[in-house]
Design a protein around this ligand. Structure first.
Ligand code: SF4
Length: 367
């Protein structure tokens, strides 16, 4: 029987975590294993920790996605978004379209544009430079939160540059912060199964460290609920905690619950049908308790739905992420209602649990 089901030590572990003791991997494993009503004890402790760390407010950012292209040289098993040249529904925005979408974002009062896209066969460092420059010239006041270590590594490879050079080029062109996506699970054996064409764990860590050393903040993510083990999740959290100890460059942690419906991984029987509600809740709660050096834990309403996201806010999370005009990556994988969440609805959700909603910038300054 897993340790968490035996009831041993749970209260002591939670009390000590609230007193400032750093959770070990073994303790995190024990918390992830809880299956009965004691999940509420874990959630309660995480909620307390959240209150002690960042107070009661729930934050959000007004953002818009511009997924520049869905053509991608990779074929990740969990992706329902990417297309190959010749596929119907494939798209690539030209600079005029990117300018138009930026103007649209501006008129909506958006403070952040996010541009994570497929790895287009023709893209190189210059492509990313042009995209960021157009956005930055059109709306210099909007923060560009874009790309990820995979895109940086791809651009470097295509242009014969180092990843550091690419990051510098991106920063000069207007990149404000880098997405911490493409992390999935930072365990190579799992990556070999779910995204064999993606950069390895070491490379993800290296590019993230490089970005932080250049003053480019990043988010940190995990994608869970497919074929990883609970131990893989703990190892992943450990890697993130170590990087944060060294660089302090993560702005937030965003657990991304696997959307299985339209993905090859699920269709081939290699992944299960996503995380359960218990797992979604514990992912937030254990992250809050384990990542003692990261202030902000975000609920992804796009992945879990708004009702589950609200429970996440009662289990250690303090941020609702973005309004997300034009979300197409989760939609491609089969998620519903991913297009836009009105701040008025976010406020209703926050007020319903007695917490105030505040708009923030990408880097967590309050507006
Ligand atoms: S997850 Fe990203 S890199 Fe992988 S296939 Fe989809 S778009 Fe391409």
């Amino acid at each position: 029987m897993p340790a968490g089901r035996r009831g041993e030590d749970l209260g002591i572990i939670l009390d000590r975590a609230l007193e400032g003791h750093r959770l070990s991997e073994k303790e995190a494993l024990l918390l992830f294993d809880v299956q009965d009503r004691r999940i509420w004890e874990v959630a309660r402790a995480a909620d307390k920790k959240r209150e002690m760390s960042v107070g009661n407010r729930v934050t959000y950012v007004k953002n818009q996605n511009i997924n520049v292209t869905n053509y991608c040289i990779n074929s990740c098993g969990f992706c329902g978004f990417s297309k190959k040249p010749g596929d119907k529904d494939g798209f690539l925005y030209d600079m005029e379209e990117i300018r138009r979408k930026t103007e649209q974002a501006k008129s909506r009062g958006v403070t952040e544009i996010c541009t994570v896209s497929g790895l287009h066969p023709d893209f190189d460092a210059g492509s990313y430079k042009r995209i960021f420059s157009v956005i930055h010239e059109t709306a210099p006041e909007i923060h560009i939160h874009a790309s990820n270590p995979m895109e940086v590594s791809y651009a470097a490879m295509k242009s014969g540059l180092s990843t550091e050079e690419v990051l510098r080029i991106m920063k000069e062109a207007g990149l404000g912060s880098l997405c911490g996506t493409a992390a999935e699970i930072l365990i190579d054996e799992v990556r070999d199964l779910i995204c064999p064409g993606k950069i390895r764990t070491d490379e993800w860590i290296r590019v993230i460290r490089e970005a932080h050393s250049l003053g480019i903040k990043t988010t940190a993510t995990i994608m869970y609920g497919h074929c990883e083990s609970v131990y893989d999740r703990v190892r992943h959290l450990s890697i993130l905690r170590k990087i944060q100890d060294e660089t302090g460059g993560f702005t937030e942690f965003v657990p991304l619950s696997f959307i299985h419906m339209n993905t090859p991984l699920y269709r081939k029987g290699l992944a299960r049908a996503g995380a359960t509600g218990r797992e979604d809740l514990l992912m937030i709660a254990v992250s809050r308790l384990f990542l003692d050096n990261l202030d902000h834990i975000q609920v992804s309403w796009v992945k879990t739905g708004v009702k589950m996201a609200q429970l996440g806010l009662l289990s250690g999370a303090d941020d609702m992420g973005g309004t997300m005009f034009e979300e197409s990556i989760s939609k491609g994988a089969g998620a519903r209602n991913t297009d836009y969440l009105d701040p008025a609805e976010m406020e209703r959700i926050a007020m319903d649990i007695g917490r105030p909603l505040r708009q923030r910038t990408t880097l967590y300054d309050l507006l």
